[in-house]
Design a protein around this ligand. Structure first.
Ligand SMILES: [Zn+2]
Length: 418
């Protein structure tokens, strides 16, 4: 089999790989760079490709996929949760960035009608390839993809989290043997603080803010993080009001239908019974005046209702803002944590609310990632991708020195053979 790296490799964004065996070709992910003007992977002639196989729904893995389906014969293979989540994320992408995208709703509809769903460990055939999904523990429906052809086996981690969270059980540990592993490297150089520490500190901060009469805004991604944050509060016995807004509510509906993809469906249902769902502007205005927690996309304050809440809450020192995910440079969320500035009435203004950061990552830290990768049998060669350049290089070095195998921080356009 041959693997060509089509997207960003020593970088996060627009993940895409072309896998070829004899006359069969498939794409593993075809993501977008979700910068203000989005970026895309290298072009491949769609008539040669049999299918796109998606590791998970995040736009940096799925966002350019609709390009290929209108009028063609290509199929999309994914877990059912990934299909539904990528559909709503791409709809939102078209709404926000439509003028920059080389596709539209019609293309997305063509993709949806050519989608074939598969559960974890339900192997399926595409041309010469035998393909299986294993739980990657990253977001609901996320998969490590195993591709077999001609007696060779490639594992593609997509994004992976080896450790359990409130929402997910962590990645599947028995990935078998492989000849090549394409691995993400997002947090390959550092370990996260212990999850219970991050959870404890976050819940303490939420209590502190609400008990001094303030409102805590938690800008959170709609897929996974918003649910994880609310579930963390509910599990801790938090007695104050928790509200959730925006696309996270749509995601809740999808997760309710696919509870078998979660660690504990009952914990999700308990959370949903506890929170207030926000659907109107009257409700939003009322919530900004009443002590409690508001969980709302967008996670980096770039859009959605979190902008409204930020405008109404950030100029009062009794309120709080909890940043619970990585903030991309250049986003309002990043400016808030780096410079303490927020956009208020159209101008960058020093924030008065208390801003704190908490590590709720959905990617394995260094030790968990190495332990998952070292658990793979067959002395595979490794391609390290999907991380800052330093992370990809460090992970490749570490794998080479610990395991004595070939390990490369792959570059876009490079070809590899197994
Ligand atoms: Zn992801």
């Amino acid at each position: 089999m041959e693997v060509k790296v089509l997207g960003a490799a020593r970088q996060v964004g627009r993940s895409a790989f072309l896998v070829t065996h004899k006359d069969s070709k498939i794409l593993l992910d075809y993501g977008a760079m979700t910068t203000k003007v989005p970026g895309f992977p290298m072009h491949v002639p769609p008539k040669d490709i049999k299918a796109i196989v998606l590791s998970h729904a995040h736009l940096d893995h799925s966002g350019a996929a609709p390009l290929h389906f209108l009028g063609g014969t290509m199929k999309l293979h994914a877990t059912p949760v990934t299909s539904e989540l990528s559909n709503i994320l791409i709809q939102d992408f078209i709404k926000i960035s439509g003028q920059y995208l080389p596709f539209e709703f019609l293309d997305l509809m063509a993709m949806n009608s050519n989608t074939v769903n598969h559960g974890y460990m339900e192997p399926f055939q595409v041309g010469d390839f035998n393909i299986s999904f294993y739980d990657a523990g990253h977001i609901p429906g996320s998969a490590v993809v195993a591709v077999e052809a001609g007696n060779k086996r490639i594992l593609y981690t997509g994004d992976i989290n080896g450790e359990e969270t409130n929402l997910l059980a962590g990645s599947w540990k028995n990935l078998g043997e492989a000849d090549m592993v394409i691995t993400e490297s997002t947090y390959a150089t550092a370990d996260h603080p212990h999850r219970s520490k991050a959870e404890g500190e976050f819940v303490d901060f939420a209590r502190e803010v609400v008990e001094r009469g303030g409102v805590l805004l938690v800008p959170a991604f709609s897929v996974g993080r918003a649910q994880e944050i609310a579930m963390t509060l509910v599990k801790s016995g938090f007695r104050h009001p928790i509200a959730m807004d925006g696309m996270a509510l749509k995601v809740n509906g999808i997760l309710l239908r696919y509870q078998e993809y979660l660690k504990d469906g009952a914990a999700l249902r308990r959370m949903l019974e506890t929170i207030e769902e926000v659907t109107s502007w009257t409700q939003r205005r009322r919530l900004t005046r009443k002590p409690g927690v508001i969980v709302s996309p967008a996670g980096m304050l770039v859009g959605g209702a979190s902008i409204f809440y930020n405008e109404h809450l950030s100029m009062d020192e009794k309120n709080g803002i909890a940043i619970v995910s990585f903030q991309v440079p250049g986003t309002p969320g990043r400016t808030l944590i780096d410079k303490g500035l927020t956009i208020y009435r159209g101008k960058p203004t020093p924030v008065k609310a208390e801003v704190r950061r908490f590590d709720f990552s959905s990617h394995s830290g260094k030790s968990a990632l190495l332990s998952d990768l070292k658990g793979i049998g067959g002395s595979p060669k490794f391609l390290t991708v999907h991380g800052e350049e330093a992370s990809c290089l460090a992970l490749a070095d570490q794998l080479h020195s610990d395991l004595g195998v070939e390990a490369t921080a792959a570059m876009p356009g490079q070809d590899f053979t197994v």
